[in-house]
Design a protein around this ligand. Structure first.
Ligand SMILES: N[C@@H](CCC(=O)N[C@@H](CS)C(=O)NCC(=O)O)C(=O)O
Length: 234
């Protein structure tokens, strides 16, 4: 007899997608049990459930079978996990002002790094003649402003808000991982580089990147992904 009990949580995601990395890192940090459900946008049946739950069709979304709830948007998902499925890592501090800082830097990584990265990468997938040259140029100009702000924030901190790994650091990983392939911060921003290395050292992060590796070839700037992250280091 099959005694397998499905976990309460189901994550609709793709292993390559940067916003999915943010939530995977939060789940792995806390050892939270969940069922992964890979969404392939190129296969209609694969994304049908996602669109039924969340018609804007962005991944990831979390489905809680126990509470019969669908939770979209990465930040809301992590807040939800924090409240209903807490683990050993407190990704959102109980101190109100510290929690606001975490939410601020979480927003910062999403809006002022990840969205710029998306702008540039998605443009690469557009047909020639339908590209947004000005929009891409502006995104490239904004990235160093964000890097500079992060360098300053990291002057006296190990993580982006103080000495504890938080939701904002979950957002930082994919934001910086992919941003570095577009406009590298490595030679110019030492604190940011050291911070990113600290993040890369965490087992939750290693696991997320390892699971993305088989799909890296699909990334439009695959050749810019450092060889250390590839299994076959050609
Ligand atoms: N604000 C959203 C962003 C999610 C997002 O942009 N997801 C991307 C993958 S990294 C996506 O679903 N792209 C598919 C599309 O835009 O059609 C969140 O935080 O969850």
């Amino acid at each position: 007899m099959d005694n397998y009990q499905k976990p309460n949580l189901l994550l609709y995601y793709h292993p390559l997608a940067s916003f999915c990395h943010k939530v995977l890192i939060a789940l792995y940090e806390n050892g939270t049990e969940f069922e992964p459900r890979l969404v392939d946008f190129l296969v209609e049946e694969s994304s049908a459930e996602l669109f039924a739950y969340w018609p804007v069709g962005k991944i990831p979304i979390l489905r809680d079978r126990f509470r019969e709830k669908t939770v979209p948007e990465t930040t809301i998902i992590i807040e939800y996990l924090h409240k209903f499925y807490p683990g050993k890592e407190t990704l959102i501090p109980s101190d109100f002002e510290l929690a606001l800082e975490v939410r601020l830097w979480d927003r910062f990584f999403d809006h002022y790094i990840s969205e710029l990265v998306q702008k540039i990468v998605v443009d690469r997938l557009r047909p020639e003649g339908q590209r947004d040259i000005l929009g891409v140029e502006q995104a490239y100009q904004k990235l160093p402003i964000s890097y500079g702000m992060l360098e300053k924030q990291l002057e006296s901190r190990s993580f982006i808000v103080g000495d504890h790994f938080s939701m904002a650091d979950c957002s930082a990983v994919p934001a910086l991982f992919y941003a570095d392939t577009l406009l590298s911060f490595r030679n110019t921003y030492p604190k940011l580089t050291a911070y990113f290395e600290r993040l890369l050292d965490r087992s939750s992060v290693k696991r997320t990147i390892d699971e993305a590796e088989p799909y890296f070839y699909m990334y439009p700037l695959f050749d810019k992904i450092p060889k250390r992250f590839l299994k076959e280091k050609k």
